[in-house]
Design a protein around this ligand. Structure first.
Ligand code: ZN
Length: 342
């Protein structure tokens, strides 16, 4: 989540050879026969915790855009996808380079990378659902202490990895989604939503074919308003462009997860301006429906104390499952969702 600055605020479908352990299959099956909850359950607190204790460790030096720690972060993400045999939509690399010239003049920000992985759809491969999170954070404090950014946005980053793996497990069992899913890790968020803006201006799949962006930024904690409530998540933007997206999101939550979906911040004129403060905004402003998943702010927001030991892992897993199940539904509905608002 980018800090609020009031003055500037305006601005291959047949690769089924790797079979899952429970269901040896060399044929695609009817996706309607799959139970998405079987795959949601592959998102576990243990794996999220393992990943986050690495991703939000001092070794990654606060993942500041363009700096060595951020390069370690993108290498970690690439290795995860390679090791899980989840492909990139780009020919020879998982990285989309954001050149130094793209960043503000005199900002001192060096070239950086978005990381892209995807699962190709079976029957509608040209229609895309994006699941996104920002990979960067704010670096190292002047005294050398690392900003680990476990919640911001380590939590979203490891959720995207686990969601990708859950889709991949389904593919291995013969259940490839009908539409394609792009797992998009964007850089430069903390510097000003640069990576998502770069992607939106240089999309790998046309934005006109992009059905929705489900963006995750901070889902591992509880905020000031929910100190004892570990069954909520804020949703922002879900009804801004598509009534249908909002309704699907509610339906899927009611059917499988039963989190309290809190819409307190879901207004463009909310004084916190959260709608404008994370990467989904660069899709929404281009007419792509979005949902922003967010836990709100807490004492450790943008402090060196945003560490992985403070994450509520069962809650992180539950929220990640909601995003996965919503993406599954969007990828497999007969018709893509309708944009009925502007
Ligand atoms: Zn932030």
């Amino acid at each position: 989540m980018k800090r609020l600055i009031f003055t500037t605020a305006l601005m291959g479908s047949l690769l089924l050879l790797n079979c899952g352990p429970t269901n040896h299959s060399d044929h695609p099956k009817n996706i309607a026969d799959a139970n998405p909850m079987d795959y949601a359950q592959t998102i576990t607190t243990e794996e999220l915790k393992d990943l986050l204790y690495t991703y939000a460790s001092d070794e990654f030096e606060g993942r500041e855009t363009g700096e060595p720690g951020q390069k370690k972060a993108v290498a970690f993400l690439r290795d995860f996808y390679e090791n899980h045999n989840i492909k990139s939509p780009l020919d020879t690399t998982y990285f989309q380079t954001v050149p130094e010239s793209y960043f503000a003049a005199n900002s001192g920000i060096k070239a950086s990378e978005n990381v892209l992985a995807y699962i190709e759809g079976s029957t509608k491969p040209d229609e895309i659902i994006i699941v996104s999170a920002h990979l960067d954070h704010v670096g190292v404090r002047d005294d050398g202490v690392v900003f680990n950014g476990a919640d911001d946005d380590g939590s979203g980053t490891v959720a995207v990895l686990q969601i990708a793996d859950a889709f991949n497990e389904a593919v291995k069992n013969g259940y490839r989604p009908q539409r394609s899913i792009l797992f998009l890790h964007v850089t430069g968020e903390e510097k000003g939503l640069y990576g998502s803006r770069y992607y939106a201006e240089h999309p790998v799949f046309p934005l006109a074919n992009t059905e929705a962006d489900l963006n995750i930024d901070m889902i591992g904690r509880q905020d000031y308003d929910h100190p004892d409530d570990d069954n909520y998540v804020y949703l922002i933007g879900s009804s801004m462009l598509s009534t249908e997206l909002h309704d699907i999101s509610e339906e899927i939550n009611n059917k499988y997860i039963n989190l309290e979906l809190d819409y307190k911040y879901d207004a463009p004129d909310d004084p916190n301006r959260f709608y404008y403060r994370s990467d989904h905004y660069n899709f929404a402003k281009n007419g792509v429906p979005v949902i922003f998943y967010f836990n709100g702010v807490h004492d450790d927001y943008h402090q060196v104390s945003d560490t992985p030991d403070k994450i509520n892992y069962p809650l992180l897993a539950k929220r990640a499952k909601l995003v996965f199940l919503t993406a599954w539904e969007l990828a497999n509905r007969p018709e893509r969702i309708v944009v009925d608002k502007k």
